[in-house]
Design a protein around this ligand. Structure first.
Ligand code: PAF
Length: 290
């Protein structure tokens, strides 16, 4: 695996790969580093589906709502490079802050509407997604991949990026990859390392809420309010109040009152000082996953 720092180095490498293998598919796995098994799974899927795999590593200040969260974000490029290489990446693109946002940078790529204004957008501010869509557009233009891989744990981000690609006619396929979990069910996240030993068991409250929703649905409950109530109860039983827990349409994120098709259950909560998110789907997934 080669590590590339500048757009010129990246373009030269990707161009050479395309010249050697004109039919070869270029896959991009965008990351902010602090790689864990969830990222490794994205890279492995990219390796299986693509001839050339680029992993980008850039902690994007524009998508952090709190300076303290940005400062606390774990960084370990050496470990990230080792994991990316082992999972099958050909190139690690690790640009500097100045490469991505040079002095005088003045452009923002922004979606509007419920996809960016509800749930994460309502609680973190829509600016979070504006930061994501701006950097993702830049990474797409820099790498010019055929396919890009994103984790389903960030379900709203997958919808936002898919809409960006659709609206701007970007010739890139978005692949969503299933959430990877710790053995006890906690969704893998770069933030998990910040959970204290005391808070770690409490972090299971998000999964407990989602499992309670799944169990209620499996038992025949179709009223979203009732499913919501049992899910919140399962969380509060573990001492965690959700920042939000919502049953929404899996494409539009519109609130659902009766679960009669696939329904996305999304949850966010602060455990100790760490903000975690997770989700599950009740009923048939519109992506045909189950
Ligand atoms: O999911 C992430 O890690 C980030 O939001 C992304 C897509 C790499 C953009 O900075």
């Amino acid at each position: 695996m080669r590590t590339l720092r500048t757009v010129t180095e990246l373009r030269t490498a990707v161009r050479a790969a395309r010249r050697q293998d004109p039919a070869g598919v270029i896959g991009l796995v965008p990351t902010m580093g602090a790689l864990h098994d969830g990222h490794v799974q994205l890279i492995r899927e990219a390796r299986l589906a693509c001839e050339h795999v680029v992993v980008s590593l850039f902690v994007n200040p524009a998508q952090f709502d709190a300076a303290s969260d940005l400062a606390a974000y774990p960084r370990d490029e050496q470990s990230d490079a080792g994991q990316a290489s082992e999972a099958g990446a050909d190139f690690l693109f690790a640009p500097s802050l100045e490469t991505v946002y040079p002095d005088g940078f003045a452009t923002s790529v922004q979606l509007s509407g419920p996809l960016v204004e509800t749930l994460e957008g309502a609680h973190r501010g829509a600016a979070h997604f504006h930061g994501v869509t701006t950097v993702v557009t830049k990474l797409f233009n820099m790498v010019q991949p055929d396919v890009a891989f994103f984790g389903r744990k960030d379900a709203q981000q997958v919808l936002v990026v898919s809409k960006l690609v659709e609206d701007l006619d970007l010739p890139i396929r978005i692949e969503a990859v299933d959430t990877v979990r710790e053995p006890d069910g906690l969704a893998r996240s770069s933030r998990n390392v910040r959970l204290s030993a005391d808070d770690r068991p409490k972090a299971l409250a998000l999964r407990a809420g989602l499992l309670a929703a799944e169990a209620a649905f499996a038992a025949g409950e179709r009223d979203a309010q009732n499913v919501h109530a049992v899910a919140v109860q399962a969380m509060t039983d573990l001492g965690v109040a959700p920042e939000y827990l919502a049953l929404v349409h899996p494409r539009t994120l519109a609130p659902v009152t009766t679960i009669d098709g696939g329904t996305l259950v999304v949850v966010a909560a602060h455990v100790g000082g760490v903000r975690l998110i997770d989700n599950t789907t009740l009923g048939p997934d519109p992506s045909g996953r189950r």
